[in-house]
Design a binder for this molecule. Structure first.
Ligand code: NAP
Length: 266
Protein backbone atom coordinates (compact mmCIF):
# COMPACT_ATOMS: atom_id res chain seq x y z
CA UNK A 1 0.00 0.00 0.00
CA UNK A 2 1.45 3.35 -1.05
CA UNK A 3 1.16 6.19 1.42
CA UNK A 4 1.00 9.90 0.55
CA UNK A 5 1.21 13.09 2.55
CA UNK A 6 -2.29 14.45 3.10
CA UNK A 7 -1.29 17.89 1.84
CA UNK A 8 2.09 19.58 2.12
CA UNK A 9 3.75 18.47 5.34
CA UNK A 10 0.58 16.61 6.36
CA UNK A 11 0.26 13.16 7.92
CA UNK A 12 1.00 10.07 5.79
CA UNK A 13 -2.17 8.21 4.75
CA UNK A 14 -2.89 5.02 2.81
CA UNK A 15 -3.89 5.87 -0.78
CA UNK A 16 -6.81 3.45 -0.62
CA UNK A 17 -8.97 3.94 2.44
CA UNK A 18 -12.52 2.96 3.24
CA UNK A 19 -15.78 4.91 3.28
CA UNK A 20 -18.65 3.86 5.53
CA UNK A 21 -21.81 5.49 4.11
CA UNK A 22 -24.58 2.85 3.97
CA UNK A 23 -22.13 -0.06 4.18
CA UNK A 24 -21.51 0.35 7.93
CA UNK A 25 -24.93 1.73 8.79
CA UNK A 26 -26.05 -1.56 10.28
CA UNK A 27 -27.51 -2.46 13.68
CA UNK A 28 -24.97 -5.12 14.64
CA UNK A 29 -21.49 -4.78 13.23
CA UNK A 30 -19.30 -5.19 10.17
CA UNK A 31 -16.14 -6.14 12.03
CA UNK A 32 -15.07 -8.40 9.15
CA UNK A 33 -14.94 -5.51 6.67
CA UNK A 34 -13.07 -3.21 9.05
CA UNK A 35 -10.59 -5.98 9.86
CA UNK A 36 -10.10 -6.68 6.14
CA UNK A 37 -9.33 -2.98 5.58
CA UNK A 38 -6.73 -2.82 8.36
CA UNK A 39 -5.15 -6.14 7.36
CA UNK A 40 -4.82 -4.92 3.76
CA UNK A 41 -3.23 -1.64 4.82
CA UNK A 42 -6.29 0.52 4.08
CA UNK A 43 -5.94 2.33 7.36
CA UNK A 44 -7.66 5.61 6.35
CA UNK A 45 -11.32 5.25 7.36
CA UNK A 46 -14.03 7.88 6.86
CA UNK A 47 -17.37 8.27 8.62
CA UNK A 48 -19.98 10.85 9.66
CA UNK A 49 -22.86 11.25 12.08
CA UNK A 50 -24.95 11.57 8.89
CA UNK A 51 -24.33 7.84 8.23
CA UNK A 52 -26.62 6.48 10.95
CA UNK A 53 -24.86 3.72 12.90
CA UNK A 54 -21.63 3.92 10.89
CA UNK A 55 -19.48 5.85 13.37
CA UNK A 56 -20.36 3.32 16.06
CA UNK A 57 -19.88 0.19 13.92
CA UNK A 58 -16.57 1.56 12.68
CA UNK A 59 -15.37 2.10 16.25
CA UNK A 60 -16.55 -1.39 17.18
CA UNK A 61 -14.73 -2.90 14.19
CA UNK A 62 -11.52 -1.07 15.02
CA UNK A 63 -11.66 -2.24 18.63
CA UNK A 64 -8.21 -2.47 20.13
CA UNK A 65 -6.65 -1.80 16.69
CA UNK A 66 -7.76 1.87 16.82
CA UNK A 67 -4.11 2.91 16.92
CA UNK A 68 -3.47 1.40 13.47
CA UNK A 69 -6.15 3.55 11.83
CA UNK A 70 -6.30 7.13 10.60
CA UNK A 71 -9.86 8.08 11.52
CA UNK A 72 -11.66 10.77 9.55
CA UNK A 73 -15.16 11.80 10.55
CA UNK A 74 -17.39 14.87 10.34
CA UNK A 75 -19.58 17.37 12.10
CA UNK A 76 -22.96 17.69 10.39
CA UNK A 77 -25.51 19.96 11.99
CA UNK A 78 -26.67 23.60 12.01
CA UNK A 79 -27.21 23.33 15.79
CA UNK A 80 -24.33 24.30 18.11
CA UNK A 81 -25.31 22.05 21.03
CA UNK A 82 -25.73 19.09 18.70
CA UNK A 83 -22.30 19.81 17.17
CA UNK A 84 -20.75 19.60 20.64
CA UNK A 85 -22.61 16.33 21.25
CA UNK A 86 -21.37 14.91 17.93
CA UNK A 87 -17.76 15.78 18.79
CA UNK A 88 -18.05 14.33 22.29
CA UNK A 89 -19.50 11.09 20.89
CA UNK A 90 -16.85 10.74 18.18
CA UNK A 91 -14.02 11.35 20.63
CA UNK A 92 -15.48 8.65 22.88
CA UNK A 93 -15.74 6.26 19.93
CA UNK A 94 -12.17 6.84 18.74
CA UNK A 95 -10.10 6.80 21.90
CA UNK A 96 -10.06 10.57 22.45
CA UNK A 97 -8.66 11.48 19.03
CA UNK A 98 -10.00 12.17 15.54
CA UNK A 99 -7.21 12.31 12.95
CA UNK A 100 -9.13 14.33 10.34
CA UNK A 101 -12.27 16.14 11.47
CA UNK A 102 -14.30 17.57 8.59
CA UNK A 103 -17.24 19.93 8.22
CA UNK A 104 -19.78 17.82 6.36
CA UNK A 105 -21.44 19.54 3.38
CA UNK A 106 -20.13 22.87 4.70
CA UNK A 107 -23.03 23.05 7.19
CA UNK A 108 -22.49 26.13 9.43
CA UNK A 109 -18.81 25.93 8.48
CA UNK A 110 -17.56 29.09 10.21
CA UNK A 111 -18.88 28.03 13.61
CA UNK A 112 -17.92 24.38 13.12
CA UNK A 113 -14.35 25.33 12.23
CA UNK A 114 -14.13 27.34 15.45
CA UNK A 115 -15.22 24.30 17.45
CA UNK A 116 -12.72 22.08 15.62
CA UNK A 117 -9.88 24.58 16.06
CA UNK A 118 -10.55 24.55 19.79
CA UNK A 119 -10.39 20.75 19.80
CA UNK A 120 -7.16 20.84 17.79
CA UNK A 121 -5.67 23.19 20.38
CA UNK A 122 -6.63 20.65 23.06
CA UNK A 123 -4.86 17.91 21.07
CA UNK A 124 -7.98 15.84 20.33
CA UNK A 125 -8.09 16.68 16.61
CA UNK A 126 -5.06 16.35 14.35
CA UNK A 127 -6.21 17.87 11.03
CA UNK A 128 -9.29 19.83 9.97
CA UNK A 129 -11.11 19.53 6.64
CA UNK A 130 -14.29 20.32 4.73
CA UNK A 131 -16.39 18.21 2.39
CA UNK A 132 -19.01 18.65 -0.28
CA UNK A 133 -20.47 16.27 -2.81
CA UNK A 134 -22.08 18.78 -5.18
CA UNK A 135 -20.47 20.97 -7.87
CA UNK A 136 -23.07 23.62 -7.01
CA UNK A 137 -21.20 24.13 -3.69
CA UNK A 138 -17.66 24.18 -5.10
CA UNK A 139 -17.59 28.01 -5.13
CA UNK A 140 -18.23 28.06 -1.40
CA UNK A 141 -15.78 25.19 -0.88
CA UNK A 142 -13.09 27.24 -2.66
CA UNK A 143 -13.86 30.11 -0.27
CA UNK A 144 -13.33 27.81 2.72
CA UNK A 145 -10.09 26.50 1.18
CA UNK A 146 -8.76 30.07 0.88
CA UNK A 147 -9.40 30.89 4.55
CA UNK A 148 -6.32 28.91 5.57
CA UNK A 149 -8.39 27.22 8.30
CA UNK A 150 -8.42 23.72 6.76
CA UNK A 151 -5.67 21.41 5.59
CA UNK A 152 -7.78 18.91 3.59
CA UNK A 153 -10.89 18.64 1.44
CA UNK A 154 -13.13 15.72 0.53
CA UNK A 155 -14.67 15.82 -2.94
CA UNK A 156 -16.20 13.45 -5.54
CA UNK A 157 -13.93 12.38 -8.41
CA UNK A 158 -14.32 9.57 -10.94
CA UNK A 159 -14.41 9.37 -14.77
CA UNK A 160 -18.03 10.43 -14.72
CA UNK A 161 -17.72 13.29 -12.20
CA UNK A 162 -14.79 15.51 -13.19
CA UNK A 163 -16.01 18.97 -12.13
CA UNK A 164 -13.20 19.25 -9.53
CA UNK A 165 -10.64 19.37 -12.36
CA UNK A 166 -11.75 22.93 -13.21
CA UNK A 167 -11.02 24.83 -9.98
CA UNK A 168 -10.88 22.62 -6.89
CA UNK A 169 -7.95 20.30 -7.66
CA UNK A 170 -5.68 23.09 -9.01
CA UNK A 171 -6.53 25.25 -5.98
CA UNK A 172 -5.85 22.38 -3.56
CA UNK A 173 -2.48 21.90 -5.21
CA UNK A 174 -1.63 25.64 -5.05
CA UNK A 175 -2.58 25.76 -1.36
CA UNK A 176 -0.92 22.45 -0.48
CA UNK A 177 -4.18 20.94 0.79
CA UNK A 178 -4.84 17.23 1.22
CA UNK A 179 -7.44 15.69 -1.10
CA UNK A 180 -9.73 12.83 -0.04
CA UNK A 181 -11.76 11.37 -2.90
CA UNK A 182 -15.32 10.22 -2.20
CA UNK A 183 -17.40 8.19 -4.69
CA UNK A 184 -14.33 6.82 -6.54
CA UNK A 185 -16.54 4.02 -7.93
CA UNK A 186 -19.29 6.44 -8.89
CA UNK A 187 -21.34 5.41 -5.85
CA UNK A 188 -21.42 1.87 -7.29
CA UNK A 189 -22.92 2.84 -10.64
CA UNK A 190 -19.64 2.93 -12.59
CA UNK A 191 -18.21 -0.21 -11.05
CA UNK A 192 -21.39 -2.18 -11.81
CA UNK A 193 -20.88 -1.53 -15.55
CA UNK A 194 -17.94 -3.92 -15.81
CA UNK A 195 -16.56 -3.87 -19.37
CA UNK A 196 -15.25 -7.44 -19.00
CA UNK A 197 -11.90 -9.20 -18.80
CA UNK A 198 -10.88 -8.67 -22.44
CA UNK A 199 -11.31 -4.89 -22.16
CA UNK A 200 -9.08 -4.86 -19.06
CA UNK A 201 -6.24 -6.69 -20.85
CA UNK A 202 -4.29 -3.49 -21.79
CA UNK A 203 -4.38 -2.45 -18.10
CA UNK A 204 -2.81 -5.60 -16.68
CA UNK A 205 0.69 -4.14 -17.00
CA UNK A 206 -0.46 -1.52 -14.49
CA UNK A 207 -1.42 -4.18 -11.94
CA UNK A 208 -5.13 -3.95 -12.75
CA UNK A 209 -7.06 -7.20 -12.39
CA UNK A 210 -10.62 -5.94 -11.93
CA UNK A 211 -12.75 -3.05 -13.16
CA UNK A 212 -13.00 -1.67 -9.61
CA UNK A 213 -9.21 -1.51 -9.47
CA UNK A 214 -9.10 0.27 -12.85
CA UNK A 215 -11.43 2.97 -11.50
CA UNK A 216 -9.43 3.38 -8.27
CA UNK A 217 -6.15 3.59 -10.17
CA UNK A 218 -7.74 6.17 -12.47
CA UNK A 219 -8.28 8.41 -9.41
CA UNK A 220 -4.94 7.74 -7.72
CA UNK A 221 -2.90 8.21 -10.87
CA UNK A 222 -3.63 11.93 -10.43
CA UNK A 223 -0.96 12.89 -7.87
CA UNK A 224 -3.17 15.74 -6.58
CA UNK A 225 -5.39 13.02 -5.03
CA UNK A 226 -3.99 11.57 -1.81
CA UNK A 227 -6.56 8.99 -0.71
CA UNK A 228 -9.62 7.37 -2.32
CA UNK A 229 -12.29 5.97 0.02
CA UNK A 230 -14.37 3.28 -1.71
CA UNK A 231 -17.09 1.81 0.51
CA UNK A 232 -18.01 -1.85 0.55
CA UNK A 233 -19.96 -4.21 2.76
CA UNK A 234 -17.85 -7.20 1.63
CA UNK A 235 -14.42 -8.13 3.02
CA UNK A 236 -13.30 -9.67 -0.30
CA UNK A 237 -14.03 -6.45 -2.16
CA UNK A 238 -12.19 -4.48 0.51
CA UNK A 239 -9.08 -6.59 -0.20
CA UNK A 240 -9.60 -6.15 -3.95
CA UNK A 241 -9.87 -2.37 -3.57
CA UNK A 242 -6.82 -2.18 -1.31
CA UNK A 243 -4.76 -4.02 -3.92
CA UNK A 244 -5.24 -1.01 -6.23
CA UNK A 245 -3.21 1.10 -3.82
CA UNK A 246 0.20 0.21 -5.20
CA UNK A 247 2.15 1.38 -8.26
CA UNK A 248 2.53 1.27 -11.19
CA UNK A 249 0.13 4.15 -11.76
CA UNK A 250 -1.67 4.69 -15.05
CA UNK A 251 -0.02 6.86 -17.69
CA UNK A 252 -2.09 9.46 -19.56
CA UNK A 253 -3.01 7.02 -22.31
CA UNK A 254 -4.17 4.29 -19.91
CA UNK A 255 -6.10 6.85 -17.90
CA UNK A 256 -7.89 8.08 -21.02
CA UNK A 257 -8.65 4.45 -21.92
CA UNK A 258 -10.32 3.84 -18.52
CA UNK A 259 -12.34 7.03 -18.93
CA UNK A 260 -13.47 5.84 -22.37
CA UNK A 261 -14.47 2.44 -20.97
CA UNK A 262 -16.42 4.15 -18.20
CA UNK A 263 -18.01 6.66 -20.56
CA UNK A 264 -18.91 4.05 -23.12
CA UNK A 265 -20.79 2.06 -20.51
CA UNK A 266 -22.20 4.85 -18.31
N1 NAP B 1 -19.06 14.02 2.35
C1 NAP B 1 -19.98 13.65 1.48
O1 NAP B 1 -20.83 14.45 1.06
C2 NAP B 1 -19.96 12.25 0.99
C3 NAP B 1 -20.89 11.86 0.04
C4 NAP B 1 -20.82 10.58 -0.44
C5 NAP B 1 -19.84 9.73 0.05
N2 NAP B 1 -18.95 10.10 0.98
C6 NAP B 1 -17.90 9.19 1.52
O2 NAP B 1 -17.26 8.54 0.43
C7 NAP B 1 -17.40 7.13 0.57
C8 NAP B 1 -17.43 6.47 -0.79
O3 NAP B 1 -18.51 6.92 -1.57
P1 NAP B 1 -19.80 6.03 -1.85
O4 NAP B 1 -19.95 5.03 -0.77
O5 NAP B 1 -20.94 6.95 -2.14
O6 NAP B 1 -19.49 5.32 -3.25
P2 NAP B 1 -18.34 4.37 -3.87
O7 NAP B 1 -17.33 4.03 -2.86
O8 NAP B 1 -17.94 5.00 -5.14
O9 NAP B 1 -19.20 3.06 -4.23
C9 NAP B 1 -19.69 2.21 -3.23
C10 NAP B 1 -20.46 1.08 -3.89
O10 NAP B 1 -19.60 0.30 -4.69
C11 NAP B 1 -19.72 -1.08 -4.37
N3 NAP B 1 -18.36 -1.63 -4.43
C12 NAP B 1 -17.30 -1.34 -3.62
N4 NAP B 1 -16.19 -1.98 -4.02
C13 NAP B 1 -16.54 -2.72 -5.10
C14 NAP B 1 -15.83 -3.60 -5.96
N5 NAP B 1 -14.52 -3.86 -5.79
N6 NAP B 1 -16.51 -4.20 -6.96
C15 NAP B 1 -17.83 -3.96 -7.15
N7 NAP B 1 -18.55 -3.13 -6.38
C16 NAP B 1 -17.91 -2.52 -5.36
C17 NAP B 1 -20.35 -1.16 -3.01
O11 NAP B 1 -21.24 -2.25 -2.91
P3 NAP B 1 -20.96 -3.52 -1.92
O12 NAP B 1 -21.18 -3.04 -0.52
O13 NAP B 1 -22.01 -4.51 -2.37
O14 NAP B 1 -19.57 -3.97 -2.21
C18 NAP B 1 -21.12 0.16 -2.91
O15 NAP B 1 -22.45 -0.02 -3.38
C19 NAP B 1 -18.69 6.99 1.39
O16 NAP B 1 -18.84 5.71 1.96
C20 NAP B 1 -18.48 8.09 2.40
O17 NAP B 1 -17.59 7.68 3.42
C21 NAP B 1 -18.98 11.36 1.44
Amino acid sequence: METRELGAGGPEVSVVGMGTWQTLDVAGGRDDVVTAALDAGSTFVDSSPMYGEAERTLAQGLGDRRGEAFVATKLWTPDDAEARRQAKRALEFYGGRVDLYQVHNLVAWRKRLTLLERERDRGTVVAIGATHYSPSAFGELAEVMRTGRISAIQIPYNPDERDVEREILPLAQDLGLGVVVMRPLGGGRLVRNDPGAAALEPLRAFGVETWGQALLKWVLSDPRCHVAIPATSRPGRMRENAAAGAPPWLDDEARAYVARLAGARA
